[in-house]
Ligand binder design. Structure first.
Ligand code: ATP
Length: 494
């Protein structure tokens, strides 16, 4: 794989969050002791809990609690024909450009969009630079500039933009670019046991195709009836060129994707689409506890939207590096099933039990990156007052719900009581026992990883069976009976 240069993280807050993630065990750079491997990350003990909590919530909300959804866990390595049918081998390519001077590599569309966003105050200066162009091309490019979205433009159009806007390399400031060229994002895999073309497989570039190719399997083995959805969470792989905003864009990441199948003659797609928008909003604000004011919906431009999609919108979050896509919502018609019908020569349809009509259903696809959700929760929860960091994560997703402290680490009865409480609470909750340093330092450490409650066992506890429960956000410290602790937390977590 090419050694891709990551430009520096632009925002100070982002730098602090990245440092916190490393210091406290959320996220580490991948392959670090060997000098790192660009665009890969490992999740530490605390990050792993956060990631798992987000995935569990997604699964509970979108699969477990609905009667019209079922789950799937398809293979990561898949047949090359899947990706030919889906159009990925031919079209899943980014336009990339290199700086000849410092060898930094960029995705051309991101380079241009970042330039436009950084020059919002100078937008009125741009049109005259395009006067020499034919009117329709000029209008198209100016429209892309005003929307700050150039995804979907051709290589020629991107080249004109880089040239006319006079974009220089964000790393070294030079304007010495290679030509812009396409770069396919799929990771090929050669299977050892199979000869020739049949041995050629791919790491999946998205989880969605695993759903389409298993459509008939699911229909034949489960009691499903239109409209219904199939959802899955799992890893996807894309050979990405990124700008180093932590786990926002990585080459290996987890997706939570749903294909919601329906008969367009029975289900009003526009209504279904609006319902999915509401459901996604609710998940982000109510389940993950993220501030609604940091979210917005952005419809795709005509160039950006796939030709088969009738409507696509992105739910975007205001990251420190700008509003960026979190979750895509696309009405994809029945394009994907039809493609697989054609390539596999298999009947991918469902029969209406009442009318006996054979239907190749249409889909609405909500597709999210779980790691982006995680980064969003960290950014949204990050608060700093007078140099003190508190991660105000929703208790539902906080890595540890409770930290248990003996007031003093060298007093055996206190340690034994704390251990006893820890043993009891950990049966149902993710709990941590901490006896390092003084209480103040322990609070600080727990605040930084977003633990909502800290329980301290002091000498009085040994007599009256009560402990202090300190609340991360209100800083209140009520005394609670040890016997009631379980219910105390259970009530606050539901
Ligand atoms: P982008 O425009 O940011 O590259 P996309 O439109 O290619 O994303 P989709 O193919 O629609 O993304 O994938 C669905 C979701 O998967 C995205 O909304 C995003 O949250 C997530 N995702 C896509 N690529 C990556 C990646 N390289 N790293 C992390 N998450 C990703």
């Amino acid at each position: 794989m090419a050694d891709i240069n990551s430009a520096p993280i632009k925002s100070e807050v982002m730098e602090k969050i990245v440092a916190l993630c490393k210091r406290r065990g959320f996220i580490y750079p991948g392959s670090e002791i060997y000098g790192g491997l660009a665009n890969t990350y490992d999740y530490g003990p605390v990050g792993t809990e956060l990631l798992r909590n987000i995935k569990n919530l997604w699964w509970k909300y979108f699969i477990q609690e609905r009667s019209d959804m079922v789950g799937l866990d398809a293979s990561l390595i898949s047949h090359h024909k899947i990706w030919e049918a889906s159009g990925h081998t031919a079209g899943f390519a980014d336009a990339m450009v290199d700086c000849k001077s410092c060898k930094s590599r960029y995705r051309a569309d991101h380079l241009i969009e970042d330039f436009i966003e950084g020059n919002e105050d100078n937008l009125e200066k741009f049109p005259e630079k395009f006067n020499s162009l034919e009117k329709s091309l000029k209008d198209k490019l100016l429209e892309s500039i005003s929307a700050a979205k150039v995804e979907g433009l051709s290589i020629e159009e991107l080249t004109i933009l880089v040239e006319k806007l006079g974009i220089s390399c964000p790393n070294c400031g030079k304007k010495d670019w290679t030509s812009i060229r396409k770069f396919n994002q799929l990771f090929p895999v050669q299977l050892g046991i199979v000869e020739g073309e049949q041995g050629q497989a791919y790491l999946r570039g998205e989880t969605a195709q695993g759903i389409f190719i298993n459509f008939t399997n699911v229909v034949n083995s489960n009691r499903v009836r239109l409209p219904f959805g199939i959802g899955q969470i799992g890893k996807s792989f894309r050979n990405e060129i990124t700008l180093g905003n932590s786990v926002f864009r990585t080459i290996e990441f987890e997706q939570g994707e749903i294909e919601y199948f329906f008969d367009p003659e029975v289900t009003d797609w526009e209504k279904a689409y609006e319902e999915w928008k509401k459901t996604m909003d609710t998940f982000v604000t109510k389940k993950l506890g993220v501030k609604g004011s940091n979210l917005r919906w952005r419809p795709h431009t005509d160039e950006e939207r796939s030709f088969y999609s009738q409507r696509t919108e992105d739910l975007e979050y205001k990251f420190p590096f700008g509003f960026k896509e979190l979750w895509g919502l696309a009405y994809r018609t029945n394009y994907d099933l039809n493609q697989h019908r054609e390539f596999s020569k298999k009947e991918l349809s469902i029969v209406d039990p009442q009318t006996q009509k054979k239907i190749v259903p249409h889909v609405i696809e909500p597709a999210v990156g779980i790691n982006r959700l995680l980064l969003m929760t960290l950014v949204d929860a990050y608060e700093e007052t007078e140099g003190r960091i508190v991660l105000k994560l929703d208790p539902k997703i906080a890595p540890y719900k409770v930290a248990v402290f003996p007031l003093l680490a060298n007093k055996e009865p206190l340690v034994a009581k704390a251990q006893e409480i820890f043993n009891e609470l950990k049966k149902d909750l993710m709990v941590v026992l901490d006896d390092r340093g003084n209480i103040g330092k322990r609070y600080l450490a727990q605040d930084e990883i977003g633990t909502p409650w800290c329980v301290t066992v002091d000498f009085e506890s040994l007599d009256d069976g009560m402990v202090t429960v300190r609340d991360r956000d209100t800083k209140e410290q009520p005394r609670v009976s040890i016997a009631d602790l379980h219910d105390y937390f259970a009530k606050r977590l539901t």
